[in-house]
Ligand binder design. Structure first.
Ligand code: ADP
Ligand code: MG
Length: 493
């Protein structure tokens, strides 16, 4: 069997013969981000996700003869913001034609940047402190979208293909990392941090599920300690963080299996199939020359100049890393434990840090405000919450006027409709549970259940749930479980 035939065979997803400890995984990611402009990269056709097919189009989108591209200033501005946020040098760039034929590409070429991209040579710091190099970020136009009908959804076996040109010409920034990433966790952390940065600078909505952020994942393996890079495969269609992790793990195991079995990895483009959890050969990689790149004669070079770049730099908002530090510091100095770094990251990722900071400012218990933001504010409308109302709710709970469960219910209503938390609680019949009333209940329970009480006093944590459950039943869920536990511990002495 020759090498290429070996490369095409598909081994089991996780072969038991593979000893990954002897191998180092090397990953470089290419992320395409749709820029949040009102119109397309080279025309005034609108860009709007979810519109009726073929309504956001114009002669330029369709590549009609005589139509000429005009560069979108806002797209350039956003590319500069991202470049600066990623510590890149922003430079004079040139648009080139990348020639290939595909039905979703009406001009038969894509306008992209090739040897002179707008952003070069930067880096991104992961929350762990690791730096991942950024080779370049370049502007290009998106293609249309094909839908293959009457089969499995792939071209093979389809009875017809439909084409929607709404996406054709939408501005993309392709951000290319250096091969500095070493495992699936780092790959996910990189994409998630990049997403946060894109959202923070207003460059993209970063929605992977809507295709505003698409990841191509290059994976190779090499023996531990080796300095030379192995042959890479590029994996397409990785459209969630979870898929990214699974695809990296599968692909690395496949390559190691292949090499240990005496074969070699062939450089190719592979497709991640979410259903069978494997990558499959899509095509053998074209050489760059296949695209016959040349400078687009219809466009002048894009030279933003120092003044524009410096204006953008001065106006850059705080980036996620700095915001995480600021939030953790604010919570700590307000006396609260900050919980896990992941929790802080989630809150910043959801752009809820401003809300928590303002609530702390308004007198909210910091740790509790942070916990709610992490666990109970996944609704997109949560960023619109009134910080004073949020602070008031947090403190009603901390003061024992609302149980944790009740506070969650009131919070959900605050997010959906606004209002005053005390009024919402009163309308819902959440009455304040008097502590002395609770104390009486706890004492009666202790008397009625001497065996369970004995076990509790000996440190059997499992019976805590029994007592809390009894109190909850007696109070129809009005009691605060935490307060009950505190009372039990106080009785234990
Ligand atoms: P292409 O045009 O083939 O997509 P690019 O230069 O756009 O090539 O992207 C190459 C990507 O592959 C970069 O993210 C780079 O870090 C990564 N890469 C290059 N060599 C390797 C390798 N041996 N193993 C893993 N990733 C690699
Ligand atoms: Mg590429």
């Amino acid at each position: 069997m020759n090498d290429s035939a070996t490369a095409l065979s598909i081994p089991a997803p996780t072969s038991t013969t593979v000893d990954l400890a002897k191998w180092e995984i090397v990953i470089g990611l290419e992320v395409h981000a749709e820029l949040s402009t009102a119109t397309k990269l080279f025309s005034s056709a609108p860009q709007l996700f979810g519109a009726e097919p073929n309504t956001n189009i114009d002669p330029l989108t369709l590549g009609l003869p005589g139509s000429l591209p005009v560069l979108n200033e806002q797209a350039v501005e956003l590319a500069i913001r991202v470049g600066l946020a990623l510590n890149c040098t922003v430079q004079r760039s040139v648009f080139a034609r990348k020639n290939y034929f595909y039905p979703d590409l009406p001009k038969d070429y894509q306008i992209s940047q090739f040897d002179l991209p707008i952003d070069i040579d930067g880096w991104l710091e992961l929350p762990s402190g690791k730096h991942v190099g950024i080779e370049r970020a370049h502007l290009e136009e998106d293609t249309g979208k094909s839908t293959h009908a009457g089969g499995t959804g792939r071209l093979q076996g389809a009875s017809s293909s439909l084409i929607d040109y709404n996406r054709a010409g939408v501005p993309l920034l392709e951000i290319v990392s250096r091969p500095d990433i070493r495992d699936a966790d780092q790959a996910r952390a990189y994409v998630s941090e990049l997403r946060s940065i894109l959202v923070a600078v207003g460059a993209s909505d970063g929605k992977m599920e809507e295709g505003s952020m698409r990841v191509d994942c290059n994976v190779s393996v090499r023996p531990q300690g080796s300095e030379t890079l192995g042959t890479r495969c590029e994996i397409k269609n990785v459209n969630s963080l979870r898929s990214l992790g699974r695809a990296v793990d599968y692909e690395a195991a496949r390559q190691v299996d292949l090499i240990e079995g005496g074969g070699t990895v062939r450089q190719e483009t592979r497709h991640w199939n979410e259903n069978d959890g494997r990558t499959h050969t899509l095509r053998v990689k074209e050489e760059a020359d296949d695209y016959r790149y040349f400078a687009d004669p219809d466009l002048v070079p894009c030279d933003p100049g120092e003044e524009w770049i410096e204006r953008v730099r001065a106006a850059l908002p705080a980036l996620p890393a700095a915001r995480r530090v600021r939030l953790a510091e604010a919570v700590t100095s307000a006396g609260g434990p900050t919980g896990s770094p992941e929790g802080i990251a989630i809150v910043v990722d959801r752009s809820l840090d401003a809300l928590v900071l303002a609530a702390i400012e308004a007198g909210a218990n910091a740790a509790r405000a942070l916990t709610h933001a992490e666990h109970n504010l996944s609704d997109e409308r949560s960023t619109e919450l009134d910080p004073a109302a949020f602070a008031k709710l947090v403190n009603l709970e901390v003061d024992g006027k609302l149980s944790a469960t009740q506070a969650k219910t009131v919070l959900a209503s605050l997010v959906a409709e606004g209002g005053d938390p005390a009024d919402i609680a009163a309308a819902a019949g959440f009455e304040a549970m008097d502590t002395s009333e609770l104390e009486g209940l706890v004492d009666t329970l202790i008397e009625d259940h001497p065996t369970e009480w004995g076990r509790f006093c000996e440190g059997d944590g499992k019976v805590t749930g029994f007592f809390v459950g009894q109190v909850m039943r007696a109070t129809k869920g009005q009691a605060d479980g935490k307060v009950v536990t505190q009372l039990l511990n106080a009785r234990k002495g």
